[in-house]
Write a protein that binds this ligand. Structure first.
Ligand SMILES: Cc1cc2nc3c(=O)[nH]c(=O)nc-3n(C[C@H](O)[C@H](O)[C@H](O)COP(=O)(O)OP(=O)(O)OC[C@H]3O[C@@H](n4cnc5c(N)ncnc54)[C@H](O)[C@@H]3O)c2cc1C
Length: 378
């Protein structure tokens, strides 16, 4: 009798978990996702996706959806916060296409999440399943318990449950991510509210101790996103409200260029996130449990690579698990970790410096990565 193929459970239906599920299904792996939310909400945020993740998304059949819904900037500009002096104009658009074979996209985060959710059959995702406990059992399977009272078993479990990952806690113990002392205000709003001002397509305004990034999130250029990194060291991370105060935000940028002030004056509301990070973890795998995405390599958003590297993780995971039987799962997961950790650790550390693309420099080591062809670790 043929051996039963391994069954993989993924905790979390965020960008990382959904991508991993779609990649695993592509190589015939049986997969189920457990997500704590009762449904998906469309978060008011933009997201940048560079060629390194676009290669993965194209292989999942998302090319047409991306081309239809995402904006392709000609350049990614860095400007001094007050004078607007251009310090770098990184060529994107056709230049990225020529160099990397795929575009650099700016888009609505909700659009990316929705297309990934559509890339897996709906019955693969079990909503309202918040993981409460996880255990490697003596028979080699992994037992999961959920706060709704359900239990489940799988041959391996992937913790794609984000920066506050409970799977990480089971592996490494309780340790909150480090608050950087900075918050991100962010929102998406109609360009028509700018009263005739045409904003730059993709720009980062670099202040002495804070910055703001803005870009269009669709090819029609009718919605603008901005995201800040604003020092607020006294911010109580545990009791934060998702809404930001517009007056506080505007005051924090009142010495910035008139375009920045016009954007902040026009936006009708704003959300606020604490920016947190962790140092690279010692290990991502215990038994047949492994971590993926922000659960194991959360980073500051200053290279726009958190979701992109989570997407890469899914592709590499699928290559490591393809054709593997249940006895081979632990070694395959170790191989996944060994392939991924050097790269994500380097990106975490580079992102923390917040100098990416301020001046012209080589971005190929990030954007040139092809998760489908890079050698797997031995
Ligand atoms: C301000 C800001 C801007 C950013 N901009 C970019 C960008 O432009 N480009 C980019 O690539 N990245 C960006 N990022 C990073 C990106 O958002 C993250 O790296 C990415 O969302 C990580 O995906 P994930 O799937 O690992 O985690 P998440 O997106 O956090 O998903 C985790 C999922 O797990 C679920 N979950 C959590 N706990 C449980 C549980 N116990 N049981 C079941 N389910 C659970 C959650 O509900 C959620 O659905 C940005 C981040 C921030 C903060």
């Amino acid at each position: 009798m043929a051996a039963r193929p391994p069954r993989i459970a993924i905790i979390g239906a965020g960008i990382g978990g959904l991508t991993a599920a779609a990649c695993l299904r592509r190589v015939g792996v049986d997969v189920g996702i457990y997500e704590q939310a009762r449904g998906f909400t469309r978060l008011g945020a933009g997201i940048q996706q560079a060629p390194n993740s676009i290669r993965v998304l194209y292989a999942l059949g998302l090319k047409d959806k991306l081309l239809a819904s995402a904006f392709q900037p000609e350049t990614n500009d860095s400007r001094d916060y007050d004078t607007g002096n251009l310090t770098n104009s990184q060529p994107y658009g056709q230049s990225v296409l020529d160099r990397h074979g795929v575009p650099y996209f700016l888009m609505h985060r909700g659009d990316l999440h929705a297309m990934l959710a559509e890339a897996v059959p709906s019955d693969v995702i079990r909503l309202n399943h918040k993981l409460a406990g996880i255990e490697n059992t003596a028979d080699g399977s992994v037992k999961m318990t959920f706060t709704n009272g359900d239990t489940a078993r799988a041959d391996a479990v992937i913790g794609a449950d984000g920066v506050h990952s409970i799977v990480r806690t089971f592996m490494h113990g309780e340790e909150a991510p480090r608050f950087t002392g900075r918050v991100a205000y962010r929102t998406v709003f109609p360009v028509s509210l700018l009263g005739g001002l045409t904003p730059y397509g993709c720009v980062k305004w670099w202040g002495p101790d804070r910055h703001i990034v803005s870009y269009f999130v669709n090819p029609r250029r009718d919605e603008l996103y901005f995201v800040t990194s604003t020092p607020e060291p006294e911010f109580d991370v545990e009791s934060w409200s998702a809404k930001g105060d517009l007056a506080t935000l505007r005051a924090a940028y009142d010495t910035f260029h008139p375009q920045v002030r016009a954007i902040l004056a026009a936006c009708p509301d704003v959300h606020k996130w604490a920016l947190v990070e962790r140092d690279p973890l010692s290990h991502w795998v215990e038994g047949n449990v492994a971590l993926l995405g922000d659960s194991c390599h959360p980073m500051t958003p200053y290279m726009a690579q958190g979701a992109s590297t989570s997407i890469e993780d899914g592709a590499i995971l699928s290559r490591c698990l393809a054709g593997v039987d249940r006895d081979g799962l632990h070694d395959a997961l170790l191989r996944y970790e060994a392939t991924r950790k050097p790269r994500t650790s380097r990106i975490q550390q580079t992102s923390a410096q917040n100098t990416w693309l301020k001046q012209p420099h080589d971005a190929d080591w990030v954007y040139g990565y092809d998760a489908w062809t890079v050698p797997l670790a031995n």
